[in-house]
Design a protein around this ligand. Structure first.
Ligand code: EPU
Length: 429
């Protein structure tokens, strides 16, 4: 298993090109199932999650052609993936693949809408919490689906004549349920409204792609989405949205090491909540077009409290990274996690660097220390791994991060991107 070795203490200086967003790429890939014409995705990040989902789609009979395009000198660019779901051979998504990655469950929506039935394994729990799928099931039932749970699988059957439009009011905001129900509704009879829908930019990106395929979706990016079903969707070419979580993670790395980094090819408007909190902590963040320059000169960061919220609030996917930033801030920061009940696995690992953090239910209290010291640590999930990298970059001495496969799920060439900015980081095979 690969490990990452970091010699910390070097301020990051330079430019980092932001890749396409994992959390946009995955739902976009599942959207290919909704049409019998090819969907071409550009600016695709090179990540294991993308490969895992491509494998699942090809098990269903989707022809997948991945072009691994060279990156430009500054590291910008992405891959191109053509997905052709003209000849689907199966509507069953196996436990083996769905359990690897929760987003695989989202094939349920387009499969049942286009083929009238689907059998998809329940994703199971994961390191950050229980993560049930009740909202997906209730939403599909509202559209007339019959749902059966059998040996760990969800079996969904559409009524004769296809899914029916419905008003679906979700008791809580779910990104995945919004993606799934929006794809299902795109091919349903009549109008569906999703109330209390997720407003995440990745939902808007998926809607933009579906509309380019002929769907009639309005309001994506707000909490009320109106979808007028159409008979058929056609092919299109779509460029994946830049990754706001990658952007925020590198912004925090720059701030933590006291350097100056310009993040290029990003969408600053999608990361405003995090920039606001970072500025309150004393980080300079200058936005110009599709670039953000992040800088911290000399002075110590100030502790700032944060509560994770659905978009446009502070993202749970940056909670661990921000906690790292607060480990060396002046004062005491209270970090409240409201989205996932178990997303504090990084706390024990940050303690290995000498961080002083106490846990109280859904709150972590971070008492800032003068400095961190490098340590061997273990990555527990994707975003927690990024938090450990950030800690390692700022810590004195050597850090070894084990279980790097978590990082490869969601950060394209992290050691290259950081290495270009002067970080002393290498992958040990
Ligand atoms: N929830 C339910 N019932 C459901 C669905 C969700 O109770 O039927 C709960 C979840 O357990 C959680 C909350 O609702 O407590 C929000 O979950 P959501 O469904 O919004 O999350 P998701 O769609 O499974 C996506 C991202 C996550 C990100 C969350 C929240 C992808 C592939 N995943 O997950 O990203 O944290 O939204 O923004 O888009 C990551 O990239 O590391 C990651 C975990």
């Amino acid at each position: 298993m690969d490990r990452i070795r970091i010699l910390g203490g070097q301020p990051l200086m330079g430019r980092i090109a932001i890749s396409g967003a994992k959390n946009a790429a995955l739902p976009l890939m599942t959207a290919a199932l909704a049409s019998d014409e090819p969907l071409v995705l550009e600016n695709l990040p090179r990540l294991t999650d993308v490969r895992t989902l491509a494998r699942l789609l090809s098990e269903l009979g989707v022809e997948t052609a991945l072009e691994e395009l060279p990156r430009a000198g500054d590291g910008s660019g992405g891959d191109r993936l053509t997905l052709n779901a003209a000849n689907i051979t199966s509507t069953t998504a196996s436990y083996e693949l769905v359990s690897k990655m929760r987003a695989s469950f989202w094939v349920l929506g387009p499969l049942v809408a286009r083929f009238g039935e689907a059998k998809v394994s329940l994703p199971g729990g994961c390191a950050i919490g229980a993560r049930p799928v009740d909202l997906y099931i209730k939403g599909l039932e509202k559209m007339g689906c019959e749902i059966e749970l059998d040996e760990g699988y969800v079996i969904a059957r559409a009524p004769k004549g296809g899914l029916q439009g419905a008003v679906i009011r979700s008791p809580l905001v779910s990104v995945g349920a919004t993606h799934t129900l929006m794809m299902a509704a795109a091919l349903a009879n009549g109008v569906t409204t999703l109330e209390n829908a997720a407003r995440e930019p990745e939902v808007a990106d998926l809607a933009e792609c579906l509309n380019a395929m002929g769907a009639k979706i309005e309001g994506a990016g707000t909490s009320s989405i109106r979808i007028e079903g159409v008979k058929k969707l056609h092919g299109t070419t779509h460029k994946v949205l830049p990754d706001r979580i990658e952007t925020g993670s590198y912004a925090m790395a720059a701030a933590m090491t006291g350097g100056e980094v310009t993040l290029t090819g990003t969408r600053p408007d999608t990361i405003e909540a995090a920039l606001t909190v970072m500025r309150a902590a004393g980080v300079e963040a200058l936005v110009k077009g599709d670039e953000i320059t992040v800088r911290r000169n000399g002075s110590r960061l100030q502790a700032v409290d944060v509560v994770t919220q659905v978009y446009p609030g502070f993202p749970t996917d940056l909670q661990a990274q921000f906690m790292t930033l607060m480990t060396c801030a002046e004062g005491e920061a209270e970090i409240t996690e409201t989205i996932f009940e178990n997303r504090f696995m990084h706390v024990q690992e940050l303690a290995r660097f000498g961080a002083n953090i106490s846990l109280h239910g859904d709150k972590a209290i971070v008492h800032g220390v003068e400095k961190l010291k490098g340590a061997p640590v273990m990555a527990s999930d994707l975003r927690a791994s990024a938090a450990l990298v950030i800690a390692g970059l700022a810590a004195e001495g050597e850090t070894i991060i084990n279980r790097v496969y978590h990082l490869d799920r969601g950060f394209e060439r992290i050691e290259d991107k950081l290495g270009r900015c002067g970080a002393r980081i290498e992958r040990l095979k």
